[in-house]
Design a protein around this ligand. Structure first.
Ligand code: PEP
Ligand code: CO
Length: 473
């Protein structure tokens, strides 16, 4: 079915051609969870007025391009890789963290393209991933109650800085802009050019961060073979046509659309349509996806492709109504369902969710987030995840989709290009007692550089072996 076909929903409701009764502010009439209470409404108004007048950070053409690519993911013609920090800090807006994150995403996607022989769409959790939903608004520290850290666009990690400060919304905009600007500069200057081995080789970058010789050898073999092929093409003069394609890559930006006041100011009308031009792709978190809530209301009017986190609390019967609201015209890839159940729950919940969507006319992208259902605390109180649990959820998700004649179209990770010690296991065999060596996250534990490459190799293998029979339809 194409986006222009008239659609009728499975529950008999005719599809609406436009988002009826919607405006960028219609969410204000609904219940908004995870809202922030500021001391000074006047100051908030001033900040929002300033934001509404600042220029967009991305263009509607870029958003449309991503939307087209996600339609291809929904049709099993490409694979989605989404990754980045749990909570991006304003401090990460700096040369090395940006370059390292870009490199690890590019290297992971190279492994997927090469090993899985599939086109890959890359979306970074970056350039705006500042707001964090919390299960509790406050926390007790040494017997004193403090506001929880809600992300750099709300308050600070320092205990003295926990009061929500509206000026941080402007900080979010300018840090997003600086991050995206540097990413754009790198990509347009040949950073991702496959002819430049200094970006792609482990030898010349972060070599010491990849300790396992097997991972190093496997990755280097891909790069060497790729560079041989490119040299050969160049020698025989056959690389001209594909030159542009190998000089750079598309990389899209994303964040959780949690702070609706901020998102509203970055929502701009293009022709008759509304785009959020603060980023390319936004998702609704597992805590804010209520059918009658403010977040679903805001998202339903956007042209951007959007994600929805789906955890064990999602009732299968809610999925059809949710998709009818968010994707009234049944456009393939408009909505990505990002599932995050946990290694021991995925086989229990995913089949019913797949079947519920198959009973509708919506063609979603199914994406596995094997991180958020697998968080645990060590005896010493550190939040961590086990690499084995992450791999287990991922491999079970591939298997369940195949058994249900469905397609796992993508993966969503919390990761960093640095050598942090936050996740237990991986080919480097990080032990629980190693966690304190370089534990940096202020939110959820991430895969480090080597663990990210490990997982990319596994996905490439699953992709080939567990490829859905739908692949060739
Ligand atoms: C997240 O992606 O950081 C997050 C909070 O996820 P979820 O909404 O799935 O819990
Ligand atoms: Co997280």
């Amino acid at each position: 079915m194409t986006s222009s076909s008239p659609a009728k929903m499975s529950n008999g409701t005719p599809a609406k051609a436009s988002a009826e009764g919607w405006s960028p502010e219609s969410w204000k009439a609904k219940k908004v969870l995870q809202d922030v209470a500021y001391d000074s409404p006047e100051e908030v108004e001033k900040v929002l007025a300033k934001l509404s007048h600042l220029p967009p950070l991305v263009s509607s053409q870029e958003v449309d391009k991503l939307r087209q690519q996600l339609a291809e993911v929904a049709e099993n013609k490409r694979f989605l890789l989404q990754g980045g920090d749990c909570a991006e800090l304003f401090d990460y807006c700096s040369q090395n963290p940006i370059e390292n994150k870009l490199k690890v995403l590019l290297q992971m996607s190279l492994i997927l393209v090469w090993g899985g022989r599939t086109a890959v769409t890359r979306i970074a959790r970056m350039g705006g991933q500042y707001a964090k939903p919390r299960s509790k608004p406050t926390e007790m520290i040494n017997g004193v109650e403090y506001n929880a850290f809600r992300g750099d666009n709300v308050n600070g990690i320092d205990l003295a800085d926990r009061r929500p400060d509206p000026q941080r919304l402007l900080g979010a905009y300018f840090h997003s802009a600086a991050t995206m600007n540097y990413v754009r500069a790198l990509l347009s200057s040949g950073f991702a050019d496959l002819h430049h081995p200094e970006v792609w080789n482990l030898d010349s970058w972060n070599f010491s961060h990849v300790e396992n010789p097997a991972v190093r050898a496997e990755y280097q073999a891909i790069v060497n073979r790729l560079q041989d092929s490119l040299d050969f093409m160049r020698t025989i003069g056959a690389d001209d046509a594909s030159k542009e394609a190998i000089k750079t890559v598309d990389l899209f930006m994303s964040h959780e659309g949690l702070l609706l006041d901020y998102e509203t100011q970055l929502t701009r009308k293009v022709g008759e349509k509304h785009y959020n031009l603060g980023t390319h792709y936004l998702w609704i978190g597992d805590r804010t996806r209520q059918l009658d809530g403010g977040h679903v209301e805001y998202f339903r009017g956007l042209q951007n492709p959007i994600g929805v986190k789906v955890g064990p609390s999602m009732k299968p019967e809610e999925l059809g109504p949710l998709l009818n609201i968010l994707d009234p015209n049944c456009e393939p890839g408009k909505v990505t369902l990002i599932t995050r159940y946990g290694h021991d729950k995925v086989a229990l919940y995913l089949p019913a969710h797949i079947k519920a969507v198959q009973a509708t006319r919506h063609k979603v992208v199914w994406c596995c987030d094997p991180m958020h259902g697998n968080t645990e605390s060590t005896a010493s109180g550190l939040k961590t995840r086990r690499f084995d649990h992450i791999v287990e959820e991922l491999s079970k998700a591939f298997r369940v989709h195949k058994e249900c004649n469905s397609i796992l179209g993508g993966v969503h990770f919390e990761l960093t290009g640095d050598a942090v010690t936050e996740t237990i296991g991986g080919s480097m065999n990080l032990l629980e007692e190693d966690l304190s060596k370089n534990y940096q996250t202020f939110c959820d534990p991430r895969l480090n550089y080597e663990q990210s490459l490990d997982i990319a190799f596994m996905i490439a293998k699953y992709y080939v072996s567990e490829r859905s029979p739908l692949k060739n339809l």
